[in-house]
Design a binder for this molecule. Structure first.
Ligand code: IVH
Length: 675
């Protein structure tokens, strides 16, 4: 073997190991930066020595050629579906039936969470991932191998600790997306003015079925094994749990910490209640539990119907669905002028919150649902997902159609659909106050300049009182201005001014997002900031300079050039500069991601090696965001001695907890681990 080939193979093994630690064991051992460096090293090596490239190299995960349609792929054994039960009574009836058919032999059942994603069958041959196919009609699915290869928890090579698994091996599992990645994807889609996904399941399925694998690669999909395909006779297993153990041995991802074994229906019911209670706090969506008879012999006795096995059942959670009436429709205007119909409904409790207002997304969706004012509708709110109208339940006789308004509800400007094929109707008045309010909120949002305390009502008042007409006016606000608004008492005014002051020194990437340039979201802003380092330098770039940048392409490049060509934007930039807003990407952020980049970090208890504020500063330096209260969005809780109630809450919410040593170690991996 040539020395290059050997080196490439070594790096590949390392990368595989890190993928395994990160995605399967959930215990990263290196920083993202170090990982990217390894991948880059391999890419360079393979570029210089193309003969070293192998089809299962991690460099091949980033996404190959786009396809116009997926090839059909037959399943070795049918991919069945599951029978559903919704109540404890129905479940007990299922259990008793199984018990009866097994002639009162003792039953052992495996209970797993029912991942709300999309199923995928993986076939490995001679240890290599041969194919990945969706369920399709159960007999034939779609070949999505190129897309599945981009999912980093799916091993490209099956191996136990040391040896390659040489048999043909098939397993099936669920492709899913973390709630946080679902939100991130949607935020990105909004920034790109693309259609968003309604829920994580659709996001997982839509992302897996992209024609262009590089789009799938950017969605951070995950995989967890849940069932067998055809089994080679050499593998001797007698139970489902042994199959799962085999998968773990092969380093396939299994959400194993969540699997329990029960021998009575009562135990299953207890576990069902437990999962139902904690489902909201999980980082991924589940829509029930799956109960499977563990013994393969017993499974065979029970057999299957045409659609589903009799040895397994999905014990589903009650959907968070309720009925209510559409009282009226209002139209909200977004920062780019898009007019969104919003249904005002009779307030109802759904999934733990009271809902009185639901976005109908766009007028195509209104038409699809066929919803009219006065209709009785079924609405749904699952987890953190925004509520949606599922369908019309009863049509009112006095129903009124929902049609796009002719005039903007805010400025009375003209509302038009720019192109026939576009979904969105827009208010085209550039000085529409409603658009500016949204743009200001975007400017101040967490992804942008992160001005905490500048929420909807504050933005409304500042605009109404003519205190803020463009973003730069924020930096001219005085305490007495704010005290003149009834929303701000002494302390609140000071807090907002402090936040505004802090926002001046945000890195360039944040400013670029905040400016609201069409198609410039988190990723593109980062690319631009790293490449051009200052706003002035970016401002001078032409279409010819920008279009060749791989991440941009002509549409984004054009949008950037257009933005800087507008006189009002040039004036705005000048004013922001005069106000002391930072236009540069700090050197330490250039090309560097740290374990705390973009992460929110909360501290509790006493730290031994630093004061609280020193530790918070360290997080800031590493590109993170120190926060003061805990929520599901918190990424890390750093726990010193005598922690407060935040620790318990973090555990409940599934927030990752670090002790001080772990924090220091991770901070060290970011390059500046000293306090
Ligand atoms: S077992 C023959 N286990 O739910 C049954 N399925 O509604 C094989 N699912 O198509 C499936 N989590 O995509 C099984 N722990 C789990 C699951 C699970 C999610 C999906 C799977 C299946 C669907 C049926």
């Amino acid at each position: 073997m040539s020395s290059f080939r050997k080196e490439a193979e070594q790096i590949r093994r390392k990368i595989e190991e890190h993928n395994y630690s990160y995605y399967v064991l959930n215990q990263p051992t290196i920083t993202d930066k170090e990982f990217d460096d390894l991948l880059k090293k391999l890419q360079t090596l393979e570029k210089e020595h193309p003969e070293c490239v192998t089809p299962d190299s991690p460099t091949q995960r980033v996404g190959g050629k786009a396809v116009s349609s997926f090839a059909p792929r037959s399943h070795s054994v049918p991919m069945l579906s599951l029978e559903n039960v919704y109540t404890e009574e129905e479940f007990r009836a299922w259990w008793e039936r199984a018990q009866k058919n097994l002639e009162s032999e003792p039953i052992e059942a495996v209970v797993e969470p029912k991942m709300d994603g999309v199923s995928l069958a993986l076939v490995y041959e001679k240890g290599r991932l041969l194919s990945a196919a969706t369920r399709g009609d159960g007999a034939v699915g779609e070949d999505v191998t190129a897309n599945a290869r981009t999912i980093r928890s799916i091993p490209l090579n099956l191996r136990t600790q040391n040896e390659i698994v040489s048999d043909r091996f098939e397993c099936r599992g669920e492709v899913y997306i973390l709630k946080s990645d679902f939100e991130k994807t949607n935020r990105r889609l909004i920034q790109q003015e693309d259609k968003t996904f309604v829920n994580p399941r659709n996001a997982a399925s839509g992302s897996l079925r992209q024609k262009d694998p590089s789009v799938t690669a950017g969605r951070n999909l995950r995989f967890s094994v849940h069932s067998m395909g055809s089994m080679p006779s050499q593998i001797k297993i007698e139970t489902h749990s042994q199959f799962i153990e085999t998968c773990k041995k092969y380093r396939l991802p299994v959400l194993n910490q969540s699997i329990s074994i029960c021998s009575t229906e009562e135990e299953v019911v207890q576990i069902y209640r437990h999962w139902n209670k904690i489902r909201e706090s999980l980082p991924y969506e589940i829509d029930g539990i799956v109960v499977k008879i563990n013994s393969l012999r017993q499974q065979q006795i029970l057999g299957q119907t045409a659609k589903s096995p009799r040895w397994a059942v999905a014990f589903k959670f009650m959907a968070h669905q309720v009925q209510t009436k559409v009282r009226a429709v209002e139209f909200s205007v977004g920062r780019t002028g898009v007019v969104t119909p919003v249904a005002k409904v009779n307030p109802v409790e759904c999934g733990g919150v009271t809902i009185s207002s639901i976005s109908l997304h766009n007028f195509d969706e209104v038409e699809r649902l066929g919803v009219e004012i006065e209709d009785q509708v079924l609405i749904e709110r699952a987890g953190d997902v925004i509520p949606k109208v599922v369908r019309v339940v009863t049509r009112s006789k006095s129903g009124r159609k929902i049609v796009p308004p002719k005039k903007c509800p805010s400025c009375e400007g003209e509302v038009i659909r720019e192109k026939e094929e576009e979904v969105a109707y827009r208010c085209v008045n550039p000085s529409c106050p409603a658009q500016f309010e949204r743009a200001l909120l975007h400017f101040a949002s967490r992804d942008g300049m992160d001005v905490q305390g500048l929420g909807e009502s504050a933005a409304q008042q500042l605009i109404q009182k003519n205190l803020v007409r463009d973003f730069s006016d924020l930096y001219r606000l005085k305490k007495e201005n704010l005290l003149g608004c009834d929303l701000f008492a002494d302390k609140k005014a000071e807090n907002l001014l402090r936040q505004i002051e802090i926002s001046k020194s945000k890195p360039l990437a944040k400013l670029l997002i905040a400016l609201g340039i069409r198609h410039v979201g988190e990723k593109i802003a980062q690319v631009l900031a790293e490449r051009f380092e200052s706003l002035e330098s970016l401002q001078k770039k032409t279409l010819e300079d920008l279009t060749p940048i791989p991440e941009l392409g002509p549409i984004i490049a054009n949008s950037i050039v257009q933005f800087f060509a507008q006189k009002s934007n040039i004036t705005l930039i000048k004013k922001l500069k005069e106000s002391g807003v930072n236009f540069k990407q700090p050197e330490h952020l250039l090309g560097q991601t740290t374990p705390f980049s973009q992460k929110s970090v909360l501290f509790t208890g006493e730290l031994k090696r630093a004061t609280r504020s020193q530790a918070q500063e360290m997080v800031r330096q590493l590109g993170g965001n120190p926060v003061s209260s805990i929520s599901k969005k918190t990424d890390f809780l750093v726990c010193g001695e005598n922690p407060g109630s935040k620790l318990e809450k973090a555990r409940h919410l599934g927030v990752q907890v670090l002790n001080e040593d772990e924090f220091i170690q991770m901070a060290g991996e970011g390059g500046r681990g000293t306090i």
